[in-house]
Design a protein around this ligand. Structure first.
Ligand code: GTP
Ligand code: MG
Length: 212
Protein backbone atom coordinates (compact mmCIF):
# COMPACT_ATOMS: atom_id res chain seq x y z
CA UNK A 1 0.00 0.00 0.00
CA UNK A 2 1.12 3.52 -0.74
CA UNK A 3 0.95 5.76 2.32
CA UNK A 4 -0.19 9.17 1.12
CA UNK A 5 1.12 10.92 4.22
CA UNK A 6 4.69 9.97 3.35
CA UNK A 7 6.72 11.12 0.32
CA UNK A 8 6.25 9.14 -2.85
CA UNK A 9 8.58 9.01 -5.85
CA UNK A 10 7.38 7.75 -9.20
CA UNK A 11 10.03 6.13 -11.38
CA UNK A 12 9.57 6.48 -15.14
CA UNK A 13 11.67 5.68 -18.19
CA UNK A 14 11.73 3.48 -21.29
CA UNK A 15 11.70 -0.34 -20.99
CA UNK A 16 14.92 -1.96 -19.75
CA UNK A 17 16.65 1.25 -18.71
CA UNK A 18 17.08 -0.11 -15.17
CA UNK A 19 14.07 1.27 -13.27
CA UNK A 20 13.52 -1.86 -11.19
CA UNK A 21 17.25 -2.22 -10.51
CA UNK A 22 17.42 1.40 -9.32
CA UNK A 23 14.50 0.91 -6.95
CA UNK A 24 16.00 -2.32 -5.61
CA UNK A 25 19.36 -0.62 -5.02
CA UNK A 26 17.78 2.28 -3.11
CA UNK A 27 15.29 0.27 -1.06
CA UNK A 28 15.54 -1.63 2.16
CA UNK A 29 14.00 -5.05 1.65
CA UNK A 30 12.07 -6.35 -1.33
CA UNK A 31 9.56 -4.15 -3.17
CA UNK A 32 5.93 -4.82 -2.26
CA UNK A 33 3.14 -5.04 -4.78
CA UNK A 34 0.31 -2.51 -4.69
CA UNK A 35 -2.89 -2.51 -6.72
CA UNK A 36 -3.18 0.28 -9.21
CA UNK A 37 -6.37 2.34 -9.58
CA UNK A 38 -8.37 1.71 -12.83
CA UNK A 39 -6.20 -1.07 -14.22
CA UNK A 40 -5.17 -4.61 -13.61
CA UNK A 41 -1.59 -3.42 -13.60
CA UNK A 42 0.50 -3.73 -10.49
CA UNK A 43 2.77 -1.19 -8.92
CA UNK A 44 5.92 -2.30 -7.19
CA UNK A 45 6.66 -0.16 -4.18
CA UNK A 46 10.05 -0.01 -2.50
CA UNK A 47 11.05 2.34 0.26
CA UNK A 48 13.86 3.78 2.32
CA UNK A 49 13.75 5.56 5.65
CA UNK A 50 15.53 8.78 6.50
CA UNK A 51 15.00 10.56 9.82
CA UNK A 52 11.84 8.59 10.47
CA UNK A 53 10.35 9.63 7.16
CA UNK A 54 9.45 6.85 4.74
CA UNK A 55 10.33 7.60 1.11
CA UNK A 56 8.29 5.36 -1.14
CA UNK A 57 9.58 4.46 -4.60
CA UNK A 58 6.95 3.41 -7.07
CA UNK A 59 7.95 1.33 -10.08
CA UNK A 60 5.53 1.71 -12.97
CA UNK A 61 6.02 -1.35 -15.17
CA UNK A 62 4.41 -0.84 -18.54
CA UNK A 63 2.88 2.51 -17.66
CA UNK A 64 5.29 5.37 -18.31
CA UNK A 65 7.54 3.61 -20.76
CA UNK A 66 6.21 4.00 -24.31
CA UNK A 67 4.60 6.64 -26.53
CA UNK A 68 1.32 7.88 -25.18
CA UNK A 69 -0.49 7.61 -28.53
CA UNK A 70 -0.34 3.83 -28.05
CA UNK A 71 -2.46 4.12 -24.87
CA UNK A 72 -6.07 3.32 -24.29
CA UNK A 73 -8.28 5.52 -22.17
CA UNK A 74 -8.00 3.41 -19.04
CA UNK A 75 -4.22 3.53 -19.14
CA UNK A 76 -4.33 7.28 -19.61
CA UNK A 77 -6.55 7.58 -16.53
CA UNK A 78 -4.09 5.47 -14.58
CA UNK A 79 -1.25 7.74 -15.70
CA UNK A 80 -3.22 10.86 -14.76
CA UNK A 81 -3.75 9.39 -11.29
CA UNK A 82 0.03 9.30 -10.81
CA UNK A 83 -0.06 13.07 -10.50
CA UNK A 84 -1.88 12.62 -7.19
CA UNK A 85 0.33 9.77 -6.00
CA UNK A 86 3.77 11.20 -6.74
CA UNK A 87 5.57 14.08 -5.04
CA UNK A 88 8.50 13.76 -7.41
CA UNK A 89 9.14 11.88 -10.64
CA UNK A 90 12.50 10.23 -11.25
CA UNK A 91 12.98 9.88 -14.99
CA UNK A 92 15.70 7.36 -15.73
CA UNK A 93 17.53 7.59 -19.05
CA UNK A 94 19.84 4.96 -20.48
CA UNK A 95 22.46 6.91 -22.48
CA UNK A 96 24.27 3.63 -23.23
CA UNK A 97 21.22 2.64 -25.33
CA UNK A 98 21.78 -1.00 -24.30
CA UNK A 99 18.11 -1.02 -23.35
CA UNK A 100 17.33 -0.93 -27.08
CA UNK A 101 15.67 2.51 -27.07
CA UNK A 102 17.54 5.39 -28.69
CA UNK A 103 18.31 8.54 -26.71
CA UNK A 104 16.07 10.43 -29.12
CA UNK A 105 13.05 8.23 -28.39
CA UNK A 106 13.82 8.36 -24.64
CA UNK A 107 13.91 12.16 -24.83
CA UNK A 108 10.52 12.23 -26.56
CA UNK A 109 9.15 10.03 -23.79
CA UNK A 110 10.62 12.37 -21.17
CA UNK A 111 8.80 15.30 -22.79
CA UNK A 112 5.55 13.34 -22.84
CA UNK A 113 5.86 12.36 -19.18
CA UNK A 114 6.63 15.99 -18.23
CA UNK A 115 3.48 17.09 -20.10
CA UNK A 116 1.36 14.39 -18.45
CA UNK A 117 2.49 15.24 -14.92
CA UNK A 118 2.74 19.03 -15.04
CA UNK A 119 2.50 19.43 -11.25
CA UNK A 120 5.12 16.82 -10.42
CA UNK A 121 8.74 18.00 -10.26
CA UNK A 122 11.10 15.84 -12.29
CA UNK A 123 14.65 14.68 -11.71
CA UNK A 124 16.32 13.29 -14.84
CA UNK A 125 19.00 10.69 -14.12
CA UNK A 126 21.46 8.99 -16.45
CA UNK A 127 21.63 5.31 -15.55
CA UNK A 128 24.07 2.48 -16.38
CA UNK A 129 26.94 4.86 -15.63
CA UNK A 130 29.31 1.88 -15.61
CA UNK A 131 28.75 1.61 -19.38
CA UNK A 132 29.14 5.27 -20.31
CA UNK A 133 32.14 6.26 -22.41
CA UNK A 134 31.57 9.95 -21.67
CA UNK A 135 32.68 9.33 -18.08
CA UNK A 136 36.31 9.39 -17.11
CA UNK A 137 37.30 5.96 -15.80
CA UNK A 138 39.50 7.32 -12.98
CA UNK A 139 36.69 9.55 -11.79
CA UNK A 140 34.33 6.62 -11.96
CA UNK A 141 36.63 4.41 -9.89
CA UNK A 142 36.96 7.17 -7.27
CA UNK A 143 33.17 7.52 -7.02
CA UNK A 144 32.71 3.76 -6.58
CA UNK A 145 35.37 3.74 -3.87
CA UNK A 146 33.90 6.71 -1.98
CA UNK A 147 30.43 5.24 -2.18
CA UNK A 148 31.64 1.90 -0.82
CA UNK A 149 33.36 3.75 2.06
CA UNK A 150 29.97 5.17 3.11
CA UNK A 151 28.97 1.68 4.27
CA UNK A 152 31.54 1.90 7.08
CA UNK A 153 31.22 5.63 7.65
CA UNK A 154 27.70 6.84 6.80
CA UNK A 155 28.68 10.41 7.73
CA UNK A 156 31.46 10.49 5.13
CA UNK A 157 31.41 12.60 1.96
CA UNK A 158 28.79 11.65 -0.62
CA UNK A 159 30.34 11.50 -4.09
CA UNK A 160 28.61 13.22 -6.98
CA UNK A 161 29.03 12.32 -10.59
CA UNK A 162 27.41 14.00 -13.58
CA UNK A 163 27.44 13.13 -17.24
CA UNK A 164 29.45 15.87 -18.99
CA UNK A 165 27.35 15.24 -22.10
CA UNK A 166 24.01 16.03 -20.40
CA UNK A 167 24.69 17.52 -16.97
CA UNK A 168 22.42 14.87 -15.40
CA UNK A 169 23.29 12.98 -12.24
CA UNK A 170 24.74 9.57 -13.13
CA UNK A 171 24.02 6.35 -11.30
CA UNK A 172 24.81 2.70 -11.67
CA UNK A 173 22.55 0.22 -9.93
CA UNK A 174 24.85 -2.69 -10.65
CA UNK A 175 28.03 -1.00 -9.36
CA UNK A 176 26.30 1.01 -6.60
CA UNK A 177 27.56 4.41 -7.69
CA UNK A 178 25.72 7.72 -7.58
CA UNK A 179 22.91 6.10 -5.59
CA UNK A 180 23.70 7.93 -2.35
CA UNK A 181 23.96 11.28 -4.16
CA UNK A 182 20.55 10.67 -5.72
CA UNK A 183 19.11 9.72 -2.33
CA UNK A 184 20.55 12.93 -0.87
CA UNK A 185 19.06 14.99 -3.73
CA UNK A 186 15.65 13.40 -3.20
CA UNK A 187 15.70 14.10 0.54
CA UNK A 188 16.70 17.73 -0.07
CA UNK A 189 14.06 18.31 -2.74
CA UNK A 190 11.27 16.72 -0.70
CA UNK A 191 12.45 18.60 2.39
CA UNK A 192 12.20 21.92 0.58
CA UNK A 193 8.76 21.06 -0.79
CA UNK A 194 7.44 20.05 2.62
CA UNK A 195 8.93 23.13 4.22
CA UNK A 196 7.10 25.56 1.99
CA UNK A 197 3.87 23.67 1.29
CA UNK A 198 2.07 23.71 4.67
CA UNK A 199 2.97 27.36 5.15
CA UNK A 200 2.02 28.69 1.77
CA UNK A 201 -1.36 30.37 1.71
CA UNK A 202 -3.93 29.86 -1.03
CA UNK A 203 -3.52 32.30 -3.90
CA UNK A 204 -6.77 34.15 -3.15
CA UNK A 205 -5.95 34.47 0.53
CA UNK A 206 -5.49 37.97 1.89
CA UNK A 207 -3.87 38.46 5.24
CA UNK A 208 -5.75 41.08 7.20
CA UNK A 209 -3.51 43.88 8.29
CA UNK A 210 -5.01 45.49 11.42
CA UNK A 211 -2.25 48.03 11.73
CA UNK A 212 -3.64 50.12 8.86
N1 GTP B 1 25.44 -2.25 -16.79
C1 GTP B 1 24.31 -1.98 -16.12
N2 GTP B 1 23.19 -2.68 -16.35
C2 GTP B 1 22.08 -2.39 -15.66
C3 GTP B 1 22.05 -1.37 -14.68
N3 GTP B 1 20.79 -1.31 -14.18
C4 GTP B 1 20.08 -2.25 -14.79
N4 GTP B 1 20.85 -2.92 -15.70
C5 GTP B 1 20.45 -4.03 -16.57
O1 GTP B 1 19.47 -3.58 -17.48
C6 GTP B 1 18.46 -4.58 -17.66
C7 GTP B 1 17.10 -4.01 -17.30
O2 GTP B 1 17.06 -3.69 -15.93
P1 GTP B 1 15.66 -3.51 -15.19
O3 GTP B 1 15.93 -2.96 -13.85
O4 GTP B 1 14.88 -4.74 -15.28
O5 GTP B 1 15.02 -2.39 -16.12
P2 GTP B 1 13.51 -1.85 -16.11
O6 GTP B 1 13.58 -0.44 -16.58
O7 GTP B 1 12.90 -2.09 -14.77
O8 GTP B 1 12.86 -2.77 -17.21
P3 GTP B 1 11.29 -3.00 -17.47
O9 GTP B 1 10.60 -3.07 -16.14
O10 GTP B 1 11.23 -4.28 -18.23
O11 GTP B 1 10.86 -1.84 -18.29
C8 GTP B 1 18.87 -5.76 -16.78
O12 GTP B 1 19.57 -6.68 -17.59
C9 GTP B 1 19.81 -5.15 -15.76
O13 GTP B 1 20.77 -6.03 -15.29
C10 GTP B 1 23.27 -0.64 -14.45
O14 GTP B 1 23.35 0.26 -13.61
N5 GTP B 1 24.36 -0.99 -15.19
MG1 MG C 1 11.13 -3.11 -14.29
Amino acid sequence: MIDSSEPCLVVAGAPNVGKSALIASMSSGKPEIAAYPFTTRQLHVGHFINRRMKYQLVDTPGLLDRPMDERNQIEMQAIAALEHVGDLCLFLMDPSETSGTSIEVQTNLLNEVADLLPQTPLIVIDGKGDLLETIDSDEWAAVCEMEAALKDDPEGPIPEIRNPATGHLVISATESAGIERLRHEIIERIGKMRQTDPLSLPENWHVRDDSV
